[in-house]
Design a binder for this molecule. Structure first.
Ligand SMILES: [Zn+2]
Length: 444
């Protein structure tokens, strides 16, 4: 088995042919920068976001979840600086109007759309927020935006959480949700899209302790990547230099992953100081101070922010899991997805589709697994047991390998004789004969 590094095309084509990810609105010619998740893609995505939520919210005592609205009062984005400065420098071709992001443009090359040379205009800032109006009247005061990040929905609820729960400090608020950026040039599959999902935490600490907590969060992030079987050799922790950091950040570490197209950002950890809470304080006149339970001096908490992009994680998971080998003289593509996130955990096959006695027995096994999978330790909430009777057994194995199903269970004529089934392992392709009575224990 070799761990071939896939090309972007390998990933895109596997995602399309096996029902993970499709181009958005494809049947109408598509809509640039949007992607739709098919049955396997949505399951993989949910498994990842559920694992994140369980790890960072449910399994911790210091974390509070929120699910804030995508549309927010425009004052949020004025106070946070997004209305003024959330912009990329844009260059437009004076001949045809093709827009480029300045940092993606090679001035030496002709326009990709019309072929003109030296037709590039001057750079001007392009605000990436999607603007809309709330209610029937279109005027300045009805302007709202599709949120460009989930973080502000957390900061605006900080006071609610403190007032309702009065947590010990440090504590965190977590959110998973959609965000939107009107990218000038979306590209590299789901890596840079206009609609995407974030998993973010704002972790509130006393300013004296930020360094300690920054280090702890680096460790927690590494642990989570390991749970997704993203090997540490495939990502690099990059200290972002001062001139490239957001002005409010005193320290930022980017986790760059070796994607098929290039090494680029997977997620980030930023120390945002008290920038956001003091902005809210200034803009609303409401105190954001935390009152320590030991009656020491109240203070505005500082913030450590781990920020994960769901689509980028999916790309990193697929790239890490992608493998090729040879089985019976033929090339095999398979995904070595960890069991905890594989969209299908177990596939059940009757050897032949047209033998009622095989089908009946196989349905029994399928139902038993389906009923038990939810209570199997280690397989909890891990979803799917799939039924597959389409094509010959070799084809079915191939299909399940490509979607990363760890185990396949086949019911054949011997099953009718002695109540045993064949359990086949995805990675080794080894098969073992297992008694139906012992099947669940053997899969644990
Ligand atoms: Zn042009």
């Amino acid at each position: 088995m070799n761990n071939k590094k896939p090309s972007l095309e390998d990933i895109v084509s596997l995602c399309k042919r096996r029902g993970f990810i499709y181009q958005g609105s494809e049947i109408y010619g598509g809509l640039a920068g949007t992607w739709d998740y098919g049955p396997l893609g949505v399951q993989l995505k949910r498994n990842i976001t559920n694992l994140w939520w369980k790890t960072f919210v449910e399994d911790r005592e210091d974390m509070y979840g929120v699910d804030a609205s995508i549309l927010m009062n425009q004052k949020v984005w004025q106070a946070s600086g997004h209305t003024e400065t959330f912009a990329d420098p844009m260059i437009v071709c004076k001949e045809c109007g093709q827009a480029y992001r300045e940092d993606h443009l090679d001035y030496a090359k002709p326009c990709i759309k019309c072929g003109s040379k030296d037709s590039y205009g001057a750079a001007r800032p392009f605000n990436m927020m999607f603007k809309t109006n709330v209610g029937p009247i279109e005027n300045e005061s009805s302007i709202s935006y599709l949120r460009p990040e989930t973080a502000q929905g957390i900061f605006t609820n900080y006071k609610n959480i403190v007032d309702n729960f009065y947590p010990d400090i440090p504590f965190g608020i977590a959110q998973i949700g959609k965000a939107f950026r009107n990218e000038i040039s979306p590209r590299d599959f789901v890596f840079r899209s206009r609609e995407f999902e974030q998993m973010e935490i704002e972790f509130f600490v006393h300013p004296d302790n930020w360094q300690e907590w920054f280090e702890r969060w680096l460790e927690l992030i590494r642990g989570f990547l390991a749970m997704l079987s993203i090997p540490s050799r495939s990502y690099h922790e990059v200290e972002v230099e001062e001139k490239e950091r957001a002005h409010y950040s005193k320290r930022t570490v980017d986790f760059d992953f070796d994607y098929p197209h290039k090494s680029d950002e997977l997620l980030g950890l930023a120390y945002r100081t008290d920038f956001d809470l003091t902005n809210i304080q200034k803009a609303t006149g409401k105190s954001m101070e935390y009152r320590p339970k030991d009656n020491s001096r109240p203070f505005v908490p500082h913030v450590i922010e781990p920020s994960f992009g769901v689509e980028r994680l999916i790309m990193a998971v697929l790239t890490s899991a992608y493998a090729e080998d040879e089985v019976g003289g033929e090339k095999r593509v398979f995904l070595r997805l960890p069991e905890n996130i594989a969209p299908v955990k177990i596939a059940v096959f009757p050897l032949l589709k047209n033998k009622p006695e095989l089908i009946e027995k196989a349905r029994e096994v399928y139902k038993m697994l389906k009923k038990n999978v939810a209570v199997m330790p280690g397989l909890q909430s891990l979803g799917e047991v799939a039924w597959d009777d389409n094509g010959n057994i070799g084809k079915r194995y191939r299909r399940q390998d490509e979607i990363g199903t760890p185990k396949c269970v086949t019911i054949d004529f011997d099953t009718l004789e002695n109540d045993t089934v064949t359990v086949r392992d995805r990675d080794t392709t080894k098969q073992a004969r297992v008694k139906i009575d012992e099947l669940i224990t053997s899969l644990e």
